[in-house]
Design a protein around this ligand. Structure first.
Ligand code: SAM
Length: 156
């Protein structure tokens, strides 16, 4: 199974790229994580936030691979603990379909992305900056996979 991480925002700080690469690189082929950065259209002087969010959402939806589970990352979504994430990873792997994770930009995800999602996943009730979200996701997916495969990284 491949997990396609579709994230709004390009040109991240070096520390974000480094941390993301470290965790994503630990995931094995059976659960590989592939990042695709979606550029945000430049905000016009008076462009409303809703229009920007919609345009970013269109970019995310256009990048969706065919026939995959769609998961929108949103603090208002459902929480998973590590055991729950591990079970969810197992289900995705057994389904034989890829997964796409949608991460919004500074102004959040569009309504269209939320509607398209099979699952809305909240990492916490706190709001994280979007560059950090890709790092948290890579670490948490690695942790969930570690628990599933009894790898010593996760200590219960
Ligand atoms: C800075 S946040 C956007 C905040 C914006 N006010 C909103 O209403 O979504 C940028 C993106 O990071 C992701 N994100 C931030 N915190 C999150 C959390 N606690 N759980 C899941 N995703 C989160 C979401 O995809 C969000 O669209």
């Amino acid at each position: 199974m491949r997990i396609h991480l579709l994230a709004v925002g390009t040109r991240m700080p070096g520390w974000v790229n480094e941390a993301y690469k470290d965790y994503a690189g630990r995931l094995p082929a059976e659960c590989s994580l592939i990042l695709r950065e979606i550029p945000s259209p430049r905000r016009g002087r008076n462009a409303p936030v809703e229009r920007l969010r919609e345009a970013e959402g269109e970019g995310l939806l256009a990048a969706l691979p065919r026939d995959c589970w769609v998961v929108a990352l949103d603090e208002q979504g459902r929480h998973l603990d590590t055991a729950g994430l591990s079970r969810q990873l197992d289900q995705w792997m057994q389904s034989g379909r890829d997964v796409a994770l949608l991460v919004g930009g500074a102004d959040g995800l569009s309504e269209a992305c939320r509607r398209r999602a099979d699952f809305i996943w909240s990492l916490s009730p706190l709001t994280f900056p979007h560059p950090l979200v890709r790092v948290i996701l890579a670490e948490q997916l690695y942790r969930g996979w570690s628990l599933l495969r009894h790898h010593p990284y996760h200590r219960a």
